[in-house]
Design a protein around this ligand. Structure first.
Ligand code: HEM
Length: 78
């Protein structure tokens, strides 16, 4: 629901959860660089399954990599 809202679709996420504040919502969890890589690994499979045209695929994946990096809140292995 967050992603469909982010990309201009229905705003159900906001209606049900309010402002995303994603870094704050992830704060109770340890998001290490390894966790980020695992998250991207699974997201890669999901994005591949969509078989998007190259421009959409590249735009979406660039966003995923930047968003995942910005969610890291703990050092490696800590
Ligand atoms: C980098 C690796 C990431 C890890 C390990 C991670 C892990 C988690 C965890 C543990 C939760 C909480 C689940 C719960 O409450 O039981 C969560 C919630 C969520 N994550 Fe992530 N996350 C990551 C990246 C991202 C990114 C990049 C996005 C968006 C582009 C995202 C979007 C969300 C959303 C929308 C929620 C639900 C927030 C809510 O409560 O409304 N996450 N994530």
């Amino acid at each position: 629901m967050f992603l469909e809202q982010y990309w201009g679709g229905p705003t159900t996420y906001g209606e049900e959860r309010g402002h995303p504040r994603l870094r704050m919502r992830h704060q109770p969890f340890r998001v290490t660089p390894e966790a980020k890589d695992r998250w991207l690994h699974h997201m890669r499979s999901a994005v591949d399954s969509l078989e998007l045209p190259p421009l959409y695929e590249g735009t979406l994946w660039d966003y995923m990599e930047r968003a995942a990096l910005s969610m890291v809140n703990s050092p490696s292995g800590a």
